[in-house]
Design a protein around this ligand. Sequence first.
Ligand SMILES: Nc1ncnc2c1ncn2[C@@H]1O[C@H](COP(=O)(O)OP(=O)(O)OP(=O)(O)O)[C@@H](O)[C@H]1O
Ligand SMILES: [Mg+2]
Length: 87
Amino acid sequence: MPLIDNECYLLDREEFNSVHDFIRKEDEPLTIGTLTLEKGQEIQVGIDSLFASHIGIFGNTGSGKSYTLAKIYYELFKKYKDQPNSS
Ligand SMILES: Nc1ncnc2c1ncn2[C@@H]1O[C@H](COP(=O)(O)OP(=O)(O)OP(=O)(O)O)[C@@H](O)[C@H]1O
Ligand SMILES: [Mg+2]
């Protein structure tokens, strides 16, 4: 929580990207959207981390939980739909 008299820093592009990087190096990225207020900043999640574990999406009524879940599966199926061995 920022307080009066705290120092603040402007992040460079690399630092800003690393704040929004949720993927382990060996994982496969899945792009689920971009930040509303930061054009071009993609948000990616790691496929292995996400689908091999439990998922919780929290938010107020109407905040987009169902939409987010549908989007995640849409992007997953789109990415692997042409792979015959995917199950
Ligand atoms: N990222 C988004 N971009 C555009 N529209 C969105 C986005 N997320 C949600 N919406 C729209 O907002 C509305 C509410 O979204 P959604 O139904 O996913 O909310 P919810 O959190 O699941 O609500 P509830 O708690 O009632 O189940 C829908 O009309 C949906 O299309
Ligand atoms: Mg819902």
